[in-house]
Write a protein that binds this ligand. Structure first.
Ligand code: CA
Length: 247
C-alpha cells in the first residue's frame, strides 16, 4: 500500500519469512491521523497473531479518536498503548490457550505541520530515521541483552550471539499495566522513518539496512520490498515487517 497525502507518503509490507508457518506480525497506518504502527506478537496457539492484530487495531482506533480532540501527542500515544495493552490482557484471560500472549509495539506519530515526530515503543520492534544518507536508531529495545549492553555488562557483539537475545523485558498485553517509552524528535523535510519487527534486524545489521536505503528511497514500496528480500536472502528466520514513512 502506498499513498501520498498532505503530510506523508508511506509503504507497509509484511512477510512470513522462510521458516515460520504463520505471520504473527501486524502493521497498520492512519494517514489522516499521521499514525503508523508495527506489532510483533508472541504466545501459544493463535495467541501471537491475535495479540499483534488486536494491539495494532486498538492502538490505531484510540490514537485516531484522540486526534479529534487534539490533546498532546505524548498523552495520545500513551493512552493508545495502554488501551491496546488492556484489550490484549483482557482477551488473554478469556481463553486458557491465550494466557500469556503479548506483543511488541512501535509507533510513529507525525505532527500535522510535520515539524516533529513522536515515537512510542514497547519490546524489541524498532524505529529508525534515514536522513542525509545516515541511519539513526530512534528507539531502545526492551530486551534482556539490550539492557545488559546499556548497563555495560555485555558487548554489542555478545548481545547478537547470546542465546537470550529473544528475551524481551516488556510486552503489550502480558500484564495489566505496561511502561511505554515515548519521545519527541525534530523532523526535517524528506526524512524517512522505518518501523520494523526483529525479523528484519535479526538478519540485517544497521549498516546493511543503511546499504539498502542508500540504493534509493524515492519509491518506498520498492525500498520496503528490497529490505524484506534481503532479510529473506539472509535466512528469513522470522516474520519480517517494514513500514516506511516519508515526511
Ligand atoms: Ca519476531
Amino acid at each position: 500500500m502506498m499513498r501520498r497525502g498532505h503530510t506523508s507518503e508511506f509503504a507497509l509490507l509484511t512477510d512470513v519469512g522462510r521458516i515460520r508457518a504463520h505471520n504473527e506480525d501486524a502493521c497498520a497506518a492512519d494517514e489522516a491521523a499521521g499514525v503508523y504502527v508495527v506489532c510483533d506478537g508472541m504466545g501459544g496457539a493463535a495467541g501471537g497473531e491475535i495479540a499483534s492484530h488486536m494491539a495494532a487495531r486498538v492502538f490505531l482506533e484510540t490514537a485516531r479518536l484522540a486526534a479529534a480532540h487534539q490533546p498532546a501527542a505524548d498523552w495520545r500515544l500513551e493512552q493508545a498503548v495502554l488501551t491496546a495493552n488492556r484489550a490484549v490482557f483482557d482477551e488473554s484471560h478469556r481463553e486458557p490457550e491465550l494466557r500469556g500472549m503479548g506483543t511488541t509495539l512501535v509507533s510513529l506519530l507525525v505532527e500535522p505541520a510535520g515539524a516533529r515526530v513522536w515515537t512510542a515503543n514497547v519490546g524489541d520492534s524498532r524505529c529508525y530515521r534515514w536522513r542525509a544518507g545516515e541511519l539513526q536508531a530512534m528507539t531502545d529495545d526492551h530486551s534482556f541483552v539490550d539492557e545488559q549492553v546499556r548497563l555495560g555488562l555485555m558487548s554489542a557483539e555478545e548481545a547478537v550471539m547470546s542465546p537470550l537475545r529473544n528475551v524481551i523485558t516488556r510486552a503489550v498485553g502480558s500484564h495489566i499495566d505496561v511502561a511505554v517509552d515515548i519521545h519527541a524528535h525534530d523532523a526535517a523535510p524528506d526524512d524517512v522513518y522505518l518501523l520494523c519487527s526483529d525479523g528484519l534486524t535479526r538478519e540485517l545489521d544497521d549498516s546493511e539496512i543503511a546499504g539498502v536505503m542508500s540504493q534509493g528511497t524515492d519509491d518506498l514500496q520498492a525500498c520496503a520490498h528490497a529490505l524484506i528480500h534481503l532479510a529473506n536472502e539472509y535466512g528469513g528466520s522470522d516474520n519480517i515487517t517494514v513500514v516506511l514513512v516519508r515526511l
